[in-house]
Design a protein around this ligand. Structure first.
Ligand code: GLN
Length: 276
């Protein structure tokens, strides 16, 4: 099967589950995998084995399984990350969160922690961008920590992983930090019915849902009260529906310079603040 036929076949098969743009994007992911893994010979023909593989992944894609899980990788900040169903697929919003961090001024020789690291994409990108920084990353999920460690290794970065529950953290295990970054679970239970099948059926609920919308933001504020240095910065991805109440959490606790920042779609998706 030639590349063009392959692209068309995917686009046609997926026309019932997603729109043309999305199916073409998925097809390109598949093509990249096919080329990288040399699944086609020089005359662009699939071997029998690759044909079977192709049919099996097509069936999974038709079931609305995200292509990133089917193939085991996703892009974040232009770099390739391993993903599986134990971690969220990195979102473009979270790239914008990193862009906010990159605008910071001050020394690059800092200590940062990524809370709820998942695939490790934030922590790995931070340590790439700031080679002098010490980067820590915490997660409750062992499955996520395994993926994150692989990603740190793959990108040849040094990230210090901590296995812990940020809702009930063992504070003595953490260093004091200059920067906190987090994209915690922030989807409220009552939003579930509005979510797409590809998210709800495949992505880890542990990483998506909070039992109350502010619980992780309260926990992060408590963590920052204990471990963030005076003048230290907090960068958070937040649920736009609860932007004001999230910012209240930090106001009440005396954090300063609180700023709500919009994402490219115009939603209040990020919160920045500083410890007095
Ligand atoms: N932005 C994610 C979504 O689309 C949620 C990420 C999170 O809960 N941190 O559902």
């Amino acid at each position: 099967m030639h590349n063009k036929d392959l692209l068309n076949r995917i686009a046609t098969e997926l026309s019932t589950v997603c729109d043309r743009d999305e199916s073409m994007a998925i097809a390109r992911y598949v093509m990249e995998y096919v080329t990288d893994n040399k699944l086609v010979s020089s005359d662009s023909e699939f071997s029998q084995e690759s044909k079977e593989w192709f049919e099996s992944i097509l069936a999974r894609l038709k079931n609305s399984e995200p292509v990133q899980y089917v193939l085991g990788f996703a892009y974040f900040m232009g770099n390739k990350y391993k993903v599986n169903q134990g971690v969220l697929i990195p979102r473009p919003e979270t790239e914008e969160l990193l862009e906010l961090v990159y605008k910071r001024s001050g020394s690059d020789n800092f200590t940062a922690i990524d809370i709820g690291t998942g695939s490790g994409c934030i922590a790995v990108e931070l340590s790439k961008k700031y080679p002098k920084a010490r980067v820590y990353a915490v997660d409750i999920s062992e499955r996520a920590l395994a993926v994150a460690s692989e990603n740190a290794e793959k990108h040849k970065t040094q990230v210090n992983f901590i296995s812990d529950d940020i809702l009930n953290p063992a504070m003595e295990n953490y260093p004091s930090v200059d920067v906190v970054v987090s994209n915690p679970p922030y989807v409220a239970m009552d939003e579930k019915e509005f979510m797409h099948a590809n998210v709800i059926n495949y992505e880890p609920h542990l990483a998506l849902f909070a039992s109350s919308p502010l619980e992780f933001y309260e926990a992060i504020a408590l963590f920052a009260e204990k471990k963030l240095i005076s003048g230290g910065e907090i960068y958070l991805e937040i649920n736009p529906i609860y932007a004001e109440s999230t910012s209240e959490v930090y106001k009440r606790k005396g954090f300063t310079d609180i700023e709500l920042v919009k994402d490219i779609t115009g939603k209040q998706r990020f919160l920045f603040c500083r410890k007095l």
